[in-house]
Design a protein around this ligand. Structure first.
Ligand code: HEM
Length: 463
């Protein structure tokens, strides 16, 4: 692929070994990705114990308190679009998912601070241009997506330096104070967080002083730890770390949202069950959409899992083997080779759902095109269902690098969908929009003008 040889691994037994860092290192071997994201990504190598410590700090930054603080920002982001969709009675799904993905990354998750004079919408347009380039051919001719993305990168790195400057300065001070040792730095951050919890600092409280800025768990700080693993880094590299997380959190979210929204729009049955659950959530938590309320949306969560089982929002992950790996049938893939675990393929051959038949294009549990009602069954995730509980779920990866933002994604998507589905039934204006998607990789791309979602107001429950 793109000049690289890649082995697709669908043997879950062999995969277990590959998903451990001792045996294989994450890597994205595509020239476009490397040119835009740099050679030194978290996904590539982890000197100095960087990865497990980065992960601890990242997970501390997205714990329950942080999610509670994030929820109102999710609601605000959706409210910035919903009224115009309501006025039109419909919205274009691909564009809506793309805009919301960027909003979630920029405003909700990363809370990007811009320098005076930089317009937030202009910034978001540059982020979109950068996203588009990631899936393009590495041809930097004028007017190509790739060359536009390279230009956007230069601009974005310049702008992002503003918001990360103070943290970078304080980080370097703390970094030197701990002898430039990543585990020691991470330990200090976690101690600081524990002390703040003991003092009952309010959820999402901002750091109280410049030095505590570099000791308070945050996604920004976790990215700086990654940068520090490679070299003594400057402001430009700090900005690149932030750009990485904009991609990691925004681009994936838009695919998750597009796929889920489309599948849900195809199922009035599932929408009714979500609506019923929302009424119970309102009875228990009131009408406000909070992180706590989102925890009681079990059916909606099962629906999202089912959507991302059928149409994963990621293609899994890629690894460079550090050891020979033996796979089924006695084959050995030699050290140094690149392997890919593909979420969609693994879901197809889920041992709990697949009967081993190979004479069909897609097995019934995946075949949403021809067999929608049988394939799309959120109840699978709730147990006690004859459809069978899935065993393979690789949408968020697995093993040492399993998505650290998974709980953020579930909360975002649950709140967003609840805001729409409490008020509306939704349906695709062009019912076979998904089946007509011309482009399938790396994401589903609808044919022009086919992706409108119609909003039909639900009658008030007591009317
Ligand atoms: C639907 C949305 C998302 C999907 C499908 C997704 C999927 C994934 C996958 C498959 C991996 C593992 C890649 C591998 O094994 O090489 C991963 C890693 C990661 N994701 Fe996500 N992701 C999503 C959203 C997010 C968000 C919103 C955040 C941040 C808040 C995030 C943060 C991360 C991080 C930090 C890692 C690296 C973890 C590590 O290396 O330990 N993701 N994601």
């Amino acid at each position: 692929m793109m000049g690289s040889r890649i082995w697709m691994i669908n043997d879950t037994q062999a995969l277990r070994a590959i998903l451990k860092d001792e045996n294989a290192g994450p890597e994205v071997p595509f020239p476009t990705f490397k040119a835009l994201m740099g050679e030194e990504t978290l996904l590539r190598s982890h000197p100095n114990g960087a990865h497990p410590n980065f992960r601890k700090v990242f997970l501390a930054a997205v714990g329950p308190q942080a999610l509670s603080a994030m929820a109102p920002r999710v609601v605000a982001a959706v409210n910035a679009h919903l009224p115009s969709w309501e006025r039109a009675g419909k919205f274009p799904l691909f564009r809506a998912a793309r805009l919301l993905g960027v909003d979630m990354a920029v405003d909700v998750i990363m809370q990007i601070q811009l320098p005076p004079g930089v317009d937030r919408d202009d910034f978001k347009r540059q982020v979109e241009t950068f996203f588009d380039g990631i899936y393009s051919l590495p041809i930097a001719l004028p007017g190509t997506d790739f060359s536009r993305a390279l230009a956007a990168k230069t601009w974005l790195l310049e702008v992002l330096q503003h918001g990360v400057r103070e943290l970078h300065t304080e980080f370097i001070k703390q970094w030197d104070a701990v002898g430039q040792d990543i585990p020691a730095y991470a330990a200090k951050v976690l101690e600081h967080a524990a002390a703040a919890t003991a003092e009952q600092a309010p959820a999402g409280a901002a750091a109280s002083s410049p030095s505590s800025l570099a000791l308070t768990p945050s996604i920004h700080l976790s990215q700086l730890l990654v940068r520090a693993a490679f070299k003594r880094f400057g402001l430009q590299d700090a900005a690149l770390g932030i750009l990485h997380m904009l991609v990691g959190s925004g681009d994936t979210t838009r695919f998750g949202l597009f796929n889920s929204w489309a599948l849900i729009a195809m199922s009035p049955r599932v929408q009714d069950k979500i609506f019923e659950e929302q009424q119970q959530v309102v009875a228990q938590h009131g009408p406000g959409l909070t992180h706590e309320a989102s925890l009681d949306m079990r059916y909606l969560e099962a629906t999202l899992k089912e959507c991302m089982r059928i149409l994963p929002a990621s293609a899994g992950g890629i690894r460079r083997l550090a050891e020979d790996v033996r796979v089924g049938g006695g084959y050995v893939i030699p050290k140094g080779e690149t392997v890919w675990y593909h979420a969609g393929l693994l879901h197809c051959t889920d041992p709990a759902l697949w009967d081993g038949r190979t004479d069909c294009e897609l097995p019934p549990h995946m075949d949403w095109r021809h067999n929608f009602e049988e394939a799309f069954c959120p109840e699978r995730w709730l147990g006690g269902e004859e459809a069978g509980r899935p065993r393979s779920y690789y949408n968020f990866g697995a093993g040492a690098h399993m998505c650290a933002g998974m709980n953020v994604v579930y909360m975002e998507l649950k709140l967003l969908l609840a805001m729409v589905l409490r008020k509306y039934r939704i349906r695709l204006e062009c019912p076979d929009m998904l089946a007509r998607c011309g482009r399938l990789f790396p994401y589903l791309m609808p044919e022009k003008g086919t992706d409108n979602v119609i909003l039909e107001p639900r009658e008030a429950p007591d009317s």
